[in-house]
Design a protein around this ligand. Structure first.
Ligand code: PLP
Length: 356
């Protein structure tokens, strides 16, 4: 059985009751007035995903065709299908940590053997360490890029370094790329599938495009692998939502506009965060991507801190314990309402001073 998903359960039990939700990891969701809603027939649609949507997504990855793409119910189903179709019980998988804990939980659920590689204090991946721990028995390396919770995007040379190690050892790279496009310098890093045939990329409309409610994501991989995922999906949801896919199509046609929106939100709120915490006893490696701030507090039990912050000021952040990293909290800075965000962060700062 899958272990309880600490992060998702932490949020679902509280976010509907919180006044200040700082637990979301994407940019402020769009509403229906901000996107084009086509008049579509509400049929099942192609069970691998609408052909025009797969064609459009494939065109974003050099050399890929619509057959190499499957549309999914969010990044969550993309990761689920990826793990079920590539990893089996007993396989050794290296996982970059910290991480959004879905893939580690899925791997535990199917009794794979996990080997963690922890990012260093500056949230950098040590390629020498990766080279040391990879073995002939390693089936896959799991990377989340840009990373959740740290918000750090790998450089192109780091991506190539990981691929070199994977290639030398005939290892698959599973790259969760749901934050790709939210690099603060506007230079979108290559996808792992752009550079390595034995890679799988998962992605989503939820984070950068602000559309978690349509529940659309995708996987890009070889046609053979994607077809294996398709066979599994026949037994679960049959096909992804057609209305969600039509919205996806329209938004991706104008994706630069939406990516710019996301970047503007990120840059604005990162500056705000920096100002607010400058004189606090807090360590922050300012990220180069995403709207996430992952702070090291001078607090041992950050689960207790986060719970009490929520109870006292109705501010919801995510405790580092849900990333197996006590002492940290993750704050989502995706809001478009600066006044609201300043208020929420001031309460966070106030409570940090009060907490014993
Ligand atoms: C790294 C990562 N992958 C996947 C997901 C799930 O994405 P979706 O909401 O599109 O299912 C999340 C959501 O927080 C995430 O952070």
């Amino acid at each position: 059985m899958y272990p309880e998903f600490c992060l998702e359960r932490w949020q679902s039990l509280r976010d509907w009751r919180a006044k200040y939700v700082l637990s979301e990891s994407g940019v402020e969701p769009l509403d229906l007035s901000e996107i084009k809603i086509p008049n579509v027939k509400l049929e099942y649609g192609h069970t691998k995903g609408l052909i025009k949507v797969r064609q459009l997504i494939a065109s974003l990855y050099p050399g890929k065709k619509e057959d190499d793409v499957i549309i999914t119910a969010g990044g969550a189903e993309a990761n689920h299908l990826t793990i079920l179709s590539t990893i089996k019980s007993g396989d050794e998988v290296i996982v970059e940590m910290p991480n959004y804990m879905q893939i580690p939980g899925l791997l535990r659920g199917i009794n794979a053997r996990l080997k963690y590689i922890w990012l260093k204090d500056d949230f950098k991946l040590d390629l020498n360490e990766l080279n040391e721990i990879v073995s002939k028995n390693t089936k896959a390396i799991v990377i989340t890029n840009p990373n959740n919770p740290t918000g750090m995007a790998l450089s192109e040379s780091e991506i190539k370094g990981i691929i070199e190690i994977a290639e030398d050892n005939h290892v698959t790279v599973i790259a969760d790329e749901v934050y790709r496009g939210l690099e603060h310098d506007g230079k979108i890093r290559p996808s792992f599938v752009d550079l390595y045939d034995n890679a799988i990329s998962t992605n989503s409309m939820s984070k950068v495009y602000g559309l978690p409610g349509i529940r659309i994501g995708w996987v890009v991989a070889s046609k053979e692998l994607v077809d294996r995922m398709w066979s599994i999906r026949d037994y679960t949801s049959i096909s992804p939502s057609v209305i969600g896919q039509e919205i996806t199509y329209n938004v991706l046609l104008e994706r630069e506009k939406f990516m710019d929106r996301a970047r503007r939100i990120a840059l604005n709120n990162m500056r705000l965060m920096e100002r607010l915490i400058s004189d606090l006893d807090v360590k922050w490696v300012k990220p180069n991507a995403t709207v996430l701030a992952y702070l090291k507090l001078n607090v041992k039990n950050t689960y207790d801190f986060s719970e009490k912050l929520f109870e006292k000021y109705s501010v919801l952040v995510n405790p580092g314990e849900c990333f197996e990293m006590p002492g940290y909290v993750r704050i989502g800075l995706g809001s478009t309402n600066t006044e609201f965000l300043s208020e929420a962060l001031s309460l966070f700062v106030r409570y940090l001073r009060e907490y014993k």
